[in-house]
Design a protein around this ligand. Structure first.
Ligand SMILES: C[S@@+](CC[C@H](N)C(=O)[O-])C[C@H]1O[C@@H](n2cnc3c(N)ncnc32)[C@H](O)[C@@H]1O
Length: 258
């Protein structure tokens, strides 16, 4: 049988939200077959151990504006390594096409005449609340959920937030922790002040944390956030489904009264 591992090809794999077991079987196969692995900051590094010993493993992560390489350089490296080594697997956190710049990479690589494949991943936007027992939709509570960036490419918060706030949607905000005050001030005029919200950090990992409060109290949680860890903000009545919500609400009422 012909060995096609030297034929240039880049496979984008969504590595899932954090827990190494939350990758697809197809994604895992692409890791095992790779001659070169490029991986991002939020990829669980245990997944690298699934690759062949001979596989080149190259870190190209970006966190808090500290970039190992610019996006342009990453695009060029993917093409260069695929041309030289054949099968390249590009591992990205969550799903490559959810705030992951996956389509930019695909477009560039294909414009250079190299084949690509995209293997979907479980996005943190869905998995992190779900892992905490927070449903994104619940009959008679909400009719949709919106996944919004909390920091646009110009560093501002998205205009979509205000539109989402005016709907019944659960708002799931990625990359928004540093803009928490701005986000809450945008949402507060449109939602009841006792609307619950959650901040989940390091979701699906052993060091996962969750903070739950109501949006009128957001200033009380600012100090509790670990700004070095990835986190998502979930705003909406579905957060009240979290087992600790009622307990914390009772505690807050008691503290107010006595
Ligand atoms: C550049 S975006 C990439 C999203 C990714 N493509 C996905 O589908 O999950 C990175 C943001 O995703 C969120 N995120 C990713 N992994 C997370 C985790 N394990 N726990 C909490 N938030 C996470 C954070 O908001 C983080 O700043």
């Amino acid at each position: 049988m012909k060995n096609n591992s030297k034929i240039p090809k880049v496979t984008l794999v969504g590595a899932g939200p954090g827990d190494e077991e939350l990758i697809t079987i197809k994604g895992l196969k692409a890791i095992k077959n790779a001659n070169v692995l490029f991986y991002d900051a939020l990829v669980n590094e245990n997944l690298l151990k699934k690759a062949k010993v001979s596989t080149l493993k190259i870190y190209v992560g970006k966190r808090f504006n500290k970039h190992a390489y610019s996006q342009d350089t990453i695009n060029k490296m993917l093409v260069e390594y695929a041309s030289k080594y054949g099968k390249v697997t590009r591992l990205k956190g969550g799903d490559s096409f959810v705030f992951g710049r996956g389509s930019e990479e695909v477009n560039y690589i294909e414009s250079c005449g190299i084949e690509t494949e995209v293997i979907p991943g479980i996005s943190s936007a869905l998995a992190v609340p779900s892992n905490q027992g927070i449903p994104l939709t619940k009959r008679s509570i909400n009719e949709s959920f919106w996944v919004i960036t909390g920091t646009t490419s110009s560093g501002k918060i998205s205009k979509d937030l205000v539109f989402g706030a005016q709907s019944s949607a659960t708002l799931i905000i990625l990359m928004g922790l540093r803009n928490l005050s701005l986000i809450m001030e945008e949402v507060l005029p449109y939602r009841p002040e006792k609307t619950p919200f959650a901040i989940i950090q390091n979701g699906t990992l052993p060091n996962e944390t969750i903070i739950i409060d109501t949006i009128d109290n957001y200033k009380n949680v600012i100090e509790k956030i670990d700004y070095k860890a990835p986190g998502i903000i979930v705003i909406g009545d579905v957060v009240a489904e979290h087992p600790s919500f009622l307990e914390e609400e009772i505690q807050r009422v008691l503290e107010r009264k006595f």
